[in-house]
Design a protein around this ligand. Structure first.
Ligand code: NAP
Length: 359
């Protein structure tokens, strides 16, 4: 007879199985044993240290495949939901699960294969954040992998050629200037239809040259879908590069900045939103691409560092005919400030300027 009680009804690896004397989630019941995966059986609670690490003889505290403690058995007080990353297991798991199972996924935990084109102001931070959250990230610029700095790859991203970056990925993120998209459009013809393409681009005539259709009122993301001949999700276009690099926060933090995400396919939008969350920002569902003009340059939601609560009002307040004029006034002010057409102003100046002009 083992010296500990062996009866249990809940399954010992569930979070509801907590030591006596702790508060339990509704429906849970106390249990004096837990499952040790290595031992493949149930052990008394005294074999578990701290929050559930097993020190059953022959097993050390081990990291799980995605960074979770293999023997971890977590408990938490009644009535408090854990942040999203913990609800879905390891960082990146939520996005991976969305991709594989739509909304019905529950427990799948794995990283995604992500290709990123562009390692500039936005692509660099994307590479670092998504690499750090456990995704398998490949990244390319136009000049070749040897020109990509070690700082970009510090979180695990790999520098590859453009052709390699678009091959065999679950998600392809385009973070290159809008006027360079025609160069990569032919490559996308070979990318499978179920690969989700997320685009971060914005139209700036000064940089991109005049594009007649957009000047005439075509929504930028719809111009991109026509050019690429496939659907896209639009994300990370409405956050300034300095805010993106410096203002990420864990889910649930006060004043976490929200980023609008638009797509015609619910699956693509959910996936892009999950990746936005993985980069440290609240993802806000901004609807279809036809509505995405509301997050273009000149709009109240554009690079103004709003929260999830402020975002609906900002999107609703956008006035289509005023956006181009406001965008160009902002560009003129930035040029006067920083003296050239390519340096980004610091986050505080850009946010102050955009709030004054766009809201
Ligand atoms: N900067 C911002 O604050 C901000 C914010 C939100 C969205 N965006 C938008 O996001 C996009 C990227 O902006 P950014 O500021 O990150 O641009 P950026 O700093 O100018 O960087 C552009 C990157 O794209 C690469 N690239 C250009 N053509 C390419 C091609 N044909 N194939 C592969 N890589 C190519 C460049 O590589 P090479 O240097 O080797 O050419 C470079 O790494 C733009 O559409 C921009 O409007 C920018």
């Amino acid at each position: 007879m083992p010296p500990w009680p062996t009866s249990h009804r809940t399954g010992l690896s569930t979070p509801s199985c907590v030591p006596d004397g702790r508060r339990l989630r509704a429906g849970a019941e106390a249990c004096r044993t837990r499952r040790c995966r290595r031992f493949r059986g149930f052990l008394p609670l005294w074999t578990f240290r701290g929050r559930g690490a097993c020190h059953h003889p022959g097993t050390g505290r081990r990291r799980g495949r995605l960074g979770r403690t293999a023997h971890s058995v977590k408990s938490r007080p009644v009535g408090r939901r854990p942040p999203i990353a913990r609800r879905w297991g390891a960082p990146g798991a939520f996005a991976a699960a969305c991709l594989r199972h739509g909304t019905s996924i529950k427990t799948r935990r794995s990283s995604m294969k992500i290709g990123i084109l562009g390692v500039g102001h936005i692509g660099k931070t994307l590479t670092q954040r998504l690499g750090a959250t456990g995704h398998d990230v490949k990244v390319a610029n136009s000049r070749g992998p040897e020109t990509i700095g070690a700082d970009v790859l510090a979180s695990g991203g790999r520098a590859v050629t453009v052709a390699e970056a678009v091959a065999d990925v679950d998600v392809l993120i385009l973070s290159i200037p809008l006027n360079r998209l025609p160069e990569i459009a032919p490559l996308l013809a070979d990318v499978p239809a179920d690969t989700v393409v997320v685009d971060t681009s914005n139209y700036y005539p000064l940089r991109d040259s005049r594009i007649e259709a957009i000047d005439a009122g075509q929504v930028e993301s719809l111009w991109v879908t026509e050019l690429l001949g496939r659907p896209i999700a639009k994300a990370w276009n409405a956050i300034g590069s300095h805010s993106f690099a410096a203002k990420a926060k864990p889910a649930g933090s006060a004043d976490r900045i929200a980023i609008p995400v638009a797509a015609d396919s619910g699956r693509d939008r959910r996936l892009a939103m999950a990746l936005v969350e993985d980069t440290g920002f609240d993802a806000f569902d901004a609807g279809t691409l036809a509505d995405s003009w509301r997050q273009q340059p000149g709009a109240p939601s554009y690079c103004t560092d709003l929260t999830r609560e402020e975002m609906p009002g900002a999107l609703a307040a956008a006035e289509a005919e005023r956006l181009p004029k406001r965008r160009d006034v902002a560009v003129a002010a930035i040029q006067e400030r920083v003296g050239d057409g390519s340096t980004n102003p610091d986050a505080e100046y850009l946010v102050r300027l955009n709030r004054a002009l766009f809201m």
